[in-house]
Design a protein around this ligand. Structure first.
Ligand code: 16G
Ligand code: MG
Length: 461
């Protein structure tokens, strides 16, 4: 061990003089700006602990629930547990040693714990999503490498995942496989995902040939609408159902809802508030964006009627009315809610005995493509007809109409994004090739007529 090299590198992660921190309940935590030296030194300490235990040690950079400006670090012991208390003391001493005392403290730990410096060391590192975490985890890595430890940086990881990785690695895979890929998607198995704040949901599966099938908000709306319509038919109740979509709804879904299921479909501007508002006009308003935002709203009148029927009707009809009454409670009528939508979907699939493949087969999505175009000012694009027609800039809608005519079963529209500084382009057609080519041509029209900036849109995706 070259102590001079360590001292030299330590100075690059210099400790603010006089700063005293404690390895507390869950490691060190304080303002991120005060933690660089702690991270470097915990990298050193993890290597020593790894050498001593002849095991992989974990280092997690996180301050859990603390405010964003804070950060923290904790070490994970060989069986995935928290660091042994005697080493917590070493951690505190090492973190608090002034620069000139660092070497001495380090040697003290090596001697006290009889660390064999010839032993190999391996450290695994994880971090949370705080803006400061990436840089701080690099300081940990600096500490590990300067002591010639090997490492694997998992990047973003939950804390329990890191504990799990350490445990798996130290038990030669007996406890489990040290992998973060999450679940394994077996063929034809039903899967679903939520977005980060759990207000969107999509289902999907991989078929026996390995093809991925996405079951989006449109198909969820279709499943729910058909189920509710069937129940209403069974109890002979003629409540007014409406399905609300946006221009992003796949053309096949709209056609299926209108022509096969015979439910009226309405199109609003993109954004939950627009769909929600429209859905309030019906006894039962089913709204979903293709991207998975959605729920079902029941008017007070509908709710009362269903509750009354659940009391009045008999036998099977009563059961059906009761089922409707229960499903009202399962929906979150305040806003689309991935968890409640999943429970509704699971209940419907179970009650109808439907597999995900049967559900998927209700209709086949038209191939489609979405693209973004950068323009100087996206507000030059104004739309009407629920964003399906561009009113300005002049000539743009005419150009789109001309392009759409070249393809079969085609449709395209453009709109300024409400969340990013781009113009979004959507195109669908009878084949993927056509949808891709139409989207590209429309992008070029936007670029030319709406003040495109940077490179012209290129074909190919
Ligand atoms: C927001 C909207 C979502 C919409 C998306 C469109 C809510 C809660 N979320 O995420 O409904 O689909 O924006 O984004 O309203 P864009 O305007 O960038 O295409
Ligand atoms: Mg969301």
């Amino acid at each position: 061990m070259d102590l001079d090299v360590i001292t030299k590198y330590s100075a690059l992660h210099a400790k603010p003089g006089g700063l005293i921190l404690q390895y507390g309940t869950a490691g060190f935590r304080t303002k991120a700006e005060h933690l660089d030296h702690v991270m470097f030194r915990m990298g050193l300490l993890a290597v020593l602990r790894s050498k001593q235990t002849k095991s992989t040690i974990g280092v997690m950079v996180t301050a859990s629930h603390n405010p964003e400006e804070d950060n923290g670090v904790k070490l994970v012991d060989p069986l995935g547990e928290m660091l042994a208390p005697s080493w917590e003391e070493h951690a505190t001493c090492l973190a608090n040693a002034e620069e000139q005392d660092m070497q001495r403290v380090l040697i003290g730990i090596i001697e006290k714990e009889a660390v064999n410096l010839q032993q190999d060391a391996f450290v695994v590192i994880g971090r949370d999503t705080r803006p400061s975490s990436e840089k701080l985890s690099h300081s940990v890595i600096d500490g590990v490498t300067i002591l010639r430890g090997q490492f694997h940086d998992y990047g973003l990881l939950t804390t329990p995942q890191l504990h799990y990785m350490v445990y798996c690695r130290n038990t030669s895979g007996q406890y489990g496989k040290a992998t973060i890929e999450g679940m394994e998607m077996k063929s034809n198995e039903r899967c679903c995902s939520f977005d980060g704040d759990a207000d969107r949901i999509v289902y999907y599966y991989r078929d026996a040939d390995g093809h991925f099938h996405l079951i989006d908000g449109d198909k969820i709306a279709t499943l729910i609408s058909s189920f509710l319509k069937e129940l209403l038919l069974e109890i002979g109740e003629n409540l007014n159902i409406g399905v609300v979509q946006t221009a992003y709804a796949n053309g096949s879904s709209t056609r299926y809802l209108e022509e096969v299921m015979k439910v009226p479909v309405y199109c609003t501007k993109t954004g939950v508030k627009h769909l929600h508002h429209k859905a309030q006009e019906f006894d039962i308003g089913i709204y979903f964006e293709a991207n998975g935002h959605g729920t079902v709203l029941f008017s007070k009148v509908a709710e009362m009627k269903i509750k009354q029927l659940a009391k009045e009707l008999e036998d099977n009809k009563r059961k059906v009315a009761k089922m409707l009454e229960n499903i009202i409670d399962l929906f979150n009528q305040a806003a689309g809610d991935a968890i409640s939508d999943m429970l509704v979907t699971e209940a419907i699939l179970a009650l109808k005995g439907l597999t995900i493949q049967q559900w998927d087969a209700l209709y086949t999505d038209l191939p489609n493509r979405q693209l973004k175009v950068k323009v100087a000012d996206r507000q030059v694009i104004n739309t009407t007809d629920a964003e399906r027609q561009a009113v300005t800039p002049p000539g743009l809608q005419e150009a789109i109409n001309g392009l759409v005519k070249k393809y079969r079963l085609s449709r395209a529209f453009v709109r300024p994004s409400g969340t990013e500084d781009v113009v979004r382009v959507y195109a669908e057609a009878d084949s993927q090739e056509s949808a891709d080519s139409l989207a590209h041509e429309v992008s070029l029209a936007v670029f030319q007529l709406a003040g495109g900036v940077g490179e012209r849109p290129q074909p190919g995706f």
